[in-house]
Design a protein around this ligand. Sequence first.
Ligand code: BV8
Length: 257
Amino acid sequence: MSPLRHPKTDMAIDIPQELIDKLAQARRVAVLTGAGISAESGIPTFRDALTGLWANYDPQTLATPEGFARDPRLVWEWYAARRARIADVRPNPGHAALAALERRFEQFTLVTQNIDSLHQRAGSHEVVELHGNITRVKCSREEILVSQFAQDESPPRCPCGAYLRPDVVWFGEMLPADALARAEEAAEHCEIFLSIGTSAQVYPAAELPLRALSAGATVIEINPERTSLTRHAHFSLRGASGLVLPQLLDHLNAASA
Ligand code: BV8
């Protein structure tokens, strides 16, 4: 089975015709993705990322400046283990469907909380990374990106002497202002907002679908489980994104055939 095919493609998800019609007529679409869209690529979602060695650590203490200050080696190695796992996986049919959907709309902004580059690897172009990217490394003092560094200690050091760290946004840190501004702009001006594979617990990302709702957009959630967004959404497609998104794309193609 190629990694891009979903193992259960024969399972049809009930997608209301009203939703297909709204999408077929839309010109501006915004999407927010979370760890759930990468689950079918084999990357554990954020809250169950702690398997094996990491079973005894709370991610919300590791993914913080305080956690890094307290034990830079542990945090650096947690990210190194996640980075190695991400290097071994491939985008799944959900990522591929979003890359195909991008080409169908006048404006399509894909905002992700994920740090795994799988949207870009699947062919999405307009990707807004709210929480950074695990494949980039920066100086913990100067905040500049560093691409070449000696691996003789963990964490490695910047030429200035400070530790290097992953270029991701930790809890308690501000999001990149330009990324957040682009995400808010897309949420406030879209006709359709898709929230995919996120528990909608982390802010300010979790505010984006609510901003879209207040601005009059149709909000669609794709998640096997209910979340705190479910009661606000106009449509909730209760299924895996790797299954639902390709079927959504098929329906759209049929509608425009
Ligand atoms: C900030 C990078 C200013 C690092 C991450 C307002 C109110 C309350 C709290 C706050 C607030 N403002 C700020 C806060 C504090 C905090 C916060 O939100 N805390 C939460 C816990 C309450 N926010 C911050 O600190 C942010 N900074 O706002 O700065 C400030 C600062 C201090 C105080 C005030 C203001 C920075 C947040 C960014 C943190 N960095 N990632 C790393 O990855 O290591 S967050 C990380 O966790 C992810 O990026 C993501 O955002 C989050 C995990 O959420 P999900 O992606 O949704 O994943 P999760 O596992 O939770 O859920 C997966 C979902 O997928 C589930 O629903 C599941 O059902 C579904 N699923 C599973 N399989 C599938 C599927 N769906 C579809 N298909 C499938 N196959």
